[in-house]
Design a protein around this ligand. Structure first.
Ligand code: GRF
Length: 224
């Protein structure tokens, strides 16, 4: 049965679109039960509605504090019937109460090779630092910023003439591959966390053709 998930967005929602596309192609065995944004003008809400997915804005500015805002989100996610939460460009930290409500079932996509360059300017920080490899990470969420256990990472080259924007574009294409793949592993019940290490149970599923000029580990599987 398809795993009911809630996807939280704050912006354009291209990672949400990647999830929608994989659900619609049949590769991702999940059902997007709710898209939630803290920003009324998030294009992610429009994307959801145009695919018939329930979409809700809960503006954080309308709540007295983080806890009240998080409680409103917990209620909405539970009402939608989701127990797994995917942060796809969601720009708010989550409280202990939220993380307890969905313990071990909150994933985030971060546009850098963690633990390097956490925070909201990951791509620009990497470009400014002059790294020659950059990338993205899907990880479980804990109370610290961009810190939980790593599920999958993708590395791409970074060049001396890159700026934050050019690097972000190269990284984003890989975000759209690794996020749906990580959600699929969770949906299949193939993820085990032991300490900081994440184990993905192997199956006979064929590997995808690896993306050109990128290194992804664990490797992407067919459909992703
Ligand atoms: C992505 O780079 C994501 O990793 C970061 O914010 C961006 C959101 O892009 N946290 P989108 O809204 O999915 O298009």
């Amino acid at each position: 049965m398809a795993l009911p998930i809630a996807v939280l967005v704050s912006g354009s929602g291209s990672n949400l679109q990647a999830l929608i596309d994989r659900v619609e192609s049949g590769a991702l065995e999940a059902r997007i039960a709710l898209v939630l944004s803290n920003k009324p003008d998030s294009y992610g809400l429009k994307r959801a509605r145009s695919h018939g997915i329930p979409a809700l804005c809960i503006p954080h500015t309308e709540y007295a504090d983080r806890l009240e805002f998080d409680r409103a989100m917990i209620r909405a996610i539970r009402e939608a019937g989701a127990e797994t939460v995917v942060l796809a460009g969601f720009m708010r930290m989550l409280s202990a109460e939220f993380l307890k409500a969905f313990a071990g079932r909150v994933l985030n996509i971060h546009p850098a090779l963690l633990p390097s360059f956490p925070g909201v300017r990951g791509q620009r920080d990497a470009a400014d630092y002059g790294v020659t490899l950059a990338g993205c990470t899907v990880h479980f969420v804990d109370e610290l910023m961009d810190h939980g256990e790593v599920v999958i990472q993708a590395a791409v080259p970074a060049y001396p003439d890159d700026d934050g924007d050019s690097l972000a574009e190269r990284i984003l294409a890989l975000e759209h591959r690794i996020l749906p793949q990580a959600v699929q592993w969770l949906a299949q019940g193939r993820i085990q966390v032991k300490g900081r290490k994440v184990h993905v149970t192997p199956t006979g599923i064929q590997r995808a053709v690896p993306p050109a000029n990128a290194l992804v580990n664990p490797p992407l599987e067919q459909g992703f």
